[in-house]
Design a protein around this ligand. Sequence first.
Ligand SMILES: [Zn+2]
Ligand SMILES: [Zn+2]
Length: 109
Amino acid sequence: MTSSMPICRLDNPDHPLVEGAPLFCHKCQAPLCLRKQVMNLALGLTEEMLCLACLGQQHGQKPTELLEGLKDYIGRRDCFANQWRRYSSIEFCPDTVGCVATACFPSPD
Ligand SMILES: [Zn+2]
Ligand SMILES: [Zn+2]
């Protein structure tokens, strides 16, 4: 009830999700992956999290635009960036389509 601070825990390497965060989009029930959870945290959403498509809708942005913008912000915040980097490859993502995985995990070239 009192916690409004983003949760920042790195103690569960086998199941890389943000501790205590929702697993599904509050609006459309799409599965949330770690990176979507971190994006929600970066936007200040801790209890009712949304998938990228729903977030985009809410912010009047394309999911890719939202992702690109948030990626920069997250990269500058250690607390978020440390979580973000736990997804070392696309394999971790439960929803490669809804995630815009190509933007999330750009190919090295
Ligand atoms: Zn959704
Ligand atoms: Zn994902």
